[in-house]
Design a protein around this ligand. Sequence first.
Ligand SMILES: Nc1ncnc2c1ncn2[C@@H]1O[C@H](COP(=O)(O)OP(=O)(O)OP(=O)(O)O)[C@@H](O)[C@H]1O
Length: 322
Amino acid sequence: MTLAGFSTQRHYEGKASPLIELTRATKFYGRRPVLNEVSLLVESGTATALIGRNGSGKSTLLSILAGLTKISSGTLVRYERRLTIGYAPEAFPGLKFTAEQYLLCMGKLAGLAAAAAEARVTELLEVFHLEEFRRQSMAGFSKGMLQKVNLIQSLLTQPQLLLLDEPMSGLDLPAQHTVIGLLQELKREGTALVFSIHEPETVEALADNVHVLQAGRTVKIIYGQENMRVAPAAYIICNNISEQCKEDILGMPGIINIHNEPDGVSGDDFGVTIEAAAADGYLLRVLKAGGSVVSVEPCGGLSAGGLEQWMDPKPARGGTAE
Ligand SMILES: Nc1ncnc2c1ncn2[C@@H]1O[C@H](COP(=O)(O)OP(=O)(O)OP(=O)(O)O)[C@@H](O)[C@H]1O
């Protein structure tokens, strides 16, 4: 994969410098605050993952950083006078233009000369395996194809700040790997990435920092990849567990998540994700209390941060999620 023509444009010496900072930002729609006192500092060459359940405010935050949504209170400071920003919004409409017409137009708006825009569009269409569709109307594109065009428009120039709203949405696995590779390369070259995401794998592959939102408020910030390493874990389904035993389990060390409705047939199944080191103790406790073990599956988890509960669509019991 190559970002030909762009790698020498900016000299990034591996030193993070502040690009944009949001301080105690609140956003009201009507009388309802959808973001509440959120602060975020974005530095060059770093990747920040925004995670949180649907409606927690991730898209609003990205739109504010992009300069498209105004905050109701708080401050937004850009440390570079001419900060260049790429932005791939969550919803991308199937316009009547061809992919080529749209992308060349976006390249022009981004300040690229015609020949440079043509070369860059061709390069990225090839990277995303869209070259054969370049002269087709986007009205007939699938969701994944539209998302690729959306990402390409945000990558036409090498912005200092790249904002991506659920970049993996609708993409097949090879395309997801392509995106991760491109973003890792951009990060190495000094671009700051801020992206909303629901897939833990992308957080692991890219993020230096994680910002967790719940109902418009920051509930957790993790700085540094070393604090979000994947730890071995187990997904254990048991049944015949008394309510008292379930209550006790809530307080056990190593529990990452408790699933009220695990996939199971008995209706009495009770699932937990638990750090591997604590799994034996958990099983003993269940068996001693008269419960039965249905299955034990190894899995990885962002256990140090306990992040899965903010991304897992299954309801988490005992957590503070919605
Ligand atoms: N233009 C708007 N007018 C009124 N309310 C809005 C508007 N845009 C967003 N909201 C509300 O703000 C809240 C946060 O929405 P937002 O899209 O930022 O959440 P999100 O975390 O990105 O969600 P998802 O994961 O579903 O994309 C939601 O309750 C939403 O209904």
